[in-house]
Design a protein around this ligand. Structure first.
Ligand code: ADP
Ligand code: MG
Length: 340
């Protein structure tokens, strides 16, 4: 049998690769909002329609993209965030792989309008299933708006696997909640099917971000936690043991302001609540651990959310004790006053 071996064309490569980056509307939201955060925006608006399947729009007031780089931004492995392999060890941005825009544009109809400061006009680009259809100068404010329509319109097999509108909306709500709470200095507005779900003030007060994202009832069930020990400080809110959820989605931990997943911290939370809540129930925790970067290893995992501590036991006991102490005090947050 004569089997021909050939190189795949870029369109096909991007469509295949999109399968890894873009799993569903919520991954589109995650990537694009992270781009907006990386662009040093102070205000970000997310609007979705029909679970994000039909329509996702993200508007930011960040640095924008220069005219000459707009097309390049949509190419695979094109990024402004790193240049060399050594840069990976000190990468501060949420993204760096330069894959999101290329992947999303390969499997949707994408429109971007962007303008950096100091450039008179903005640029509008239209990409349909990976093909650039329009690119032209337009008038627009500084920042970037990106619209993603009809996700997976050209990959019917993936389209079939999407959940109901409600199911997809829930996953998007989760991710935008997490991003809003881990960035209290940015104002987030979240609109779903023309309803404003929440707006955070962006004044760097975690309590006010929490109050905006959740209802008052939830906020009333949170306990303020502030503790420190040998170069570590822990600040945030934990739920009353009577106020639990069926999953861990609202266990939001950030280390030095970055959202992370860490087994040591999860275990400390679990053990602290163990005797107080039923099995398969999980408390709400929104905690920010500040720790010296030298005792922390920010592993460059593709998703960039795993970290390791030099002294895991020490961190574990600190967090466990801090939660136990706060629970004991049961000091229900009396008002919205807080330090930062
Ligand atoms: P990455 O974020 O890994 O660099 P992306 O494909 O998500 O890759 O984005 C490619 C590039 O496009 C980014 O490095 C950045 O320079 C630019 N970019 C994307 N979104 C924005 C935005 N909202 N504001 C400014 N620049 C952006
Ligand atoms: Mg990105």
């Amino acid at each position: 049998m004569n089997r021909e071996i050939r190189l795949l064309d870029d369109l096909t490569i991007n469509k295949i690769a999109a399968g890894e980056v873009v799993e569903s509307p919520h991954s589109v939201v995650k990537e694009l909002v992270e781009n907006a955060i990386d662009a040093a925006s102070s205000a970000i608006i997310l609007e979705i329609q029909e679970g994000g399947k039909k329509y996702i729009r993200i508007t930011d007031n960040g640095v924008g993209i220069k005219e000459e780089y707009v097309e390049a931004a949509f190419m695979r492995h094109s990024t402004s965030k790193i240049a060399h392999i050594e840069d990976l060890s000190r990468v501060e941005s949420l993204g760096f792989r330069g894959e999101a825009l290329a992947s999303i544009a390969a499997v949707a109809q994408v429109e971007m309008i962007t303008r950096p400061e100091g450039q008179q006009h903005g640029v509008l680009i239209h990409i349909n299933g990976g093909k650039v259809e329009t690119i032209k100068k337009v008038g627009c404010p500084v920042g970037t708006t990106i619209i993603v329509k009809n996700l997976f319109f050209n990959t019917p097999a993936r389209l079939k696997f999407l959940k109901s509108n409600n199911g997809e909306t829930m996953k998007i709500t989760e991710i935008i909640t997490r991003l809003s709470l881990s960035n209290p200095s940015i104002s987030f507005k979240y609109i779903n099917n023309n309803n404003i779900m929440f707006t955070t003030p962006g004044n760097n007060m975690l309590s006010q971000a929490i109050l905006s994202v959740f209802n008052k009832e939830t906020f009333k069930n949170l306990i303020l936690l502030e503790d420190h020990q040998e170069g570590m400080t822990l600040h945030g809110y934990i739920g009353q043991p009577s106020f639990v959820r069926g999953n861990r989605n609202l266990q939001i931990v950030f280390i030095n302001g970055r959202y992370v997943k860490n087994k040591v911290i999860s275990r400390a939370i679990e053990v602290a609540y163990k005797e107080k809540i039923m099995i398969n129930k999980y408390p709400i925790c929104i905690l920010n651990l500040k720790i010296h970067p030298s005792v922390l290893d920010v592993n460059v995992h593709p998703a960039k959310i795993e970290v390791k501590f030099e002294d895991e036991e020490k961190v574990y006991h600190f967090i466990l004790k801090a939660i136990l102490k706060a629970l004991e005090k049961q000091s229900i947050v009396p008002n919205m006053l807080e330090l930062a």
